[in-house]
Design a protein around this ligand. Sequence first.
Ligand SMILES: [Zn+2]
Length: 252
Amino acid sequence: MLIEALPAFSDNYIWLLSDQHGNAVVVDPGDATVVIAALSERNLQLSGVLITHHHFDHTGGVQALLEHASVPVIGPEASPFEHINRIVTEGECIPVLDRMFQVIKVPGHTLDHIAYYDAKGGHLFCGDTLFSGGCGRVFEGTFEQMQSSLSKLRELPEDTRVYAAHEYTANNLKFALAVEPDNTQLAARVAEVRQLRAVNTPTLPTTLGVEKATNPFLRWDSPAVIAAANSRRQGASNESIFQVIREWKDSF
Ligand SMILES: [Zn+2]
């Protein structure tokens, strides 16, 4: 299975998965034009669409793609997005090209958010839940839900490649450095990302191992992150470390 990033809008990636038989699946096609052009250039036939959550920049191209090819649109239950025709639930395994992808419910950014995990290949498609150096804003769920969703992802093997849906890494790392100025692995990641972005190369996929070492939103139990969060607290508060860090980032 080949996996490519199709840049869309200002900072989205639509992930294009293809096999040697010319079949393709796209994850979160916010823009159909980008997908149709990529399929035609590569002589690929669309065989399915995966949706992580209902936001328009992840789903806006689906209707036009369905006019182009009548394919399964796989997505979460109880989603406000109306074009899902194959609903999947927590723990379900679905065939995607020559692989089996497992569905992981990750509410928080939105309530319908799911991630797709290919255990055999070590690939995770996590939409707007986990970014490199950051995590999605908590729009619909609670901070507890978001942290619990991220802890599920944190349990996956360290060499899991993480295919997030946005190129937010450089900005996220500025905040990560404010939280953990003495994290040497973070400093190395900042240097690596600077080089990649200088030549307009995606910083994704990242790996879970890199994220566990550098991403403050997977490090709520690390002493440096706890200390940074506690220094931001105003008076007595019972907000979690995760919530303090997430709200700090919202106003950063
Ligand atoms: Zn979103």
